[in-house]
Design a protein around this ligand. Structure first.
Ligand code: HEM
Length: 166
């Protein structure tokens, strides 16, 4: 091997710990974050659906359903976010990848929006829907899609949170 080739050793390749991205916040190897994110995703989409149904029908049942769903989306989003954050901070291979931090930034923006969408409806769930509640729900649904898609990219493109093959 020539001298130039020896200088070109990839420092990341040299440090095995940087490739260890296996989930630590898991039950029998099944990551808790992946299980929990289904709740904020489904509930955020439900808020948007209930808002649209209220707009279309004028039935206050849908405004109340949207209020409760926005509460659930925020609380479950925070719980899912906590598991993701602990994973991010604890697992070296995860916190060393910039894509993980991009996902974190998207998720924190999403959680702020979910909190706002819920707080705006407290004690005023009917009048809150049109127009601001619906606008917040549309923005939250779009950001949920982006965050969820990016989370999937972490797992399926970068194998973050997965067990390396022996
Ligand atoms: C608040 C901070 C968050 C952090 C630090 C975080 C971090 C992570 C990490 C490290 C992964 C890789 C898999 C794993 O290690 O479990 C992941 C996957 C994922 N995240 Fe997050 N996440 C956060 C919030 C969210 C939220 C609010 C959503 C909801 C849209 C979300 C959606 C996803 C999805 C869909 C996956 C892919 C799961 C799979 O297919 O296995 N994340 N996240």
């Amino acid at each position: 091997m020539s001298e130039t080739e020896q200088e070109l050793v990839d420092p990341v390749e040299e440090r095995r710990a940087l490739h260890e991205t296996e989930s630590k916040i898991a039950i029998a190897g099944h990551p808790l974050h992946a299980m929990l994110v289904t709740f904020p995703i489904a509930l955020t989409m439900s808020v948007l659906g209930a808002d649209l149904l209220y707009w279309w029908s004028g039935d206050v049942f849908w405004a109340r359903a949207a209020g409760w769903a926005s509460f659930g989306a925020f609380v479950m989003g925070v719980i899912a976010g906590i598991t993701g954050t602990v994973e991010l901070l604890m697992v070296r291979g995860i916190r060393n990848r910039s894509a993980s931090w991009t996902h974190f930034i998207l998720a924190v923006m999403l959680l702020s929006l979910l909190g706002m969408n819920w707080a705006w409806r407290i004690g005023n769930h009917v009048e809150a829907v049109l127009p601001l509640g619906l606008i917040l729900s549309l923005a939250a649904a779009a950001l949920t899609a982006a965050t969820g898609w990016h989370g999937g990219k972490l797992v399926f493109d970068y194998q973050i949170g997965t067990k390396p093959q022996k």
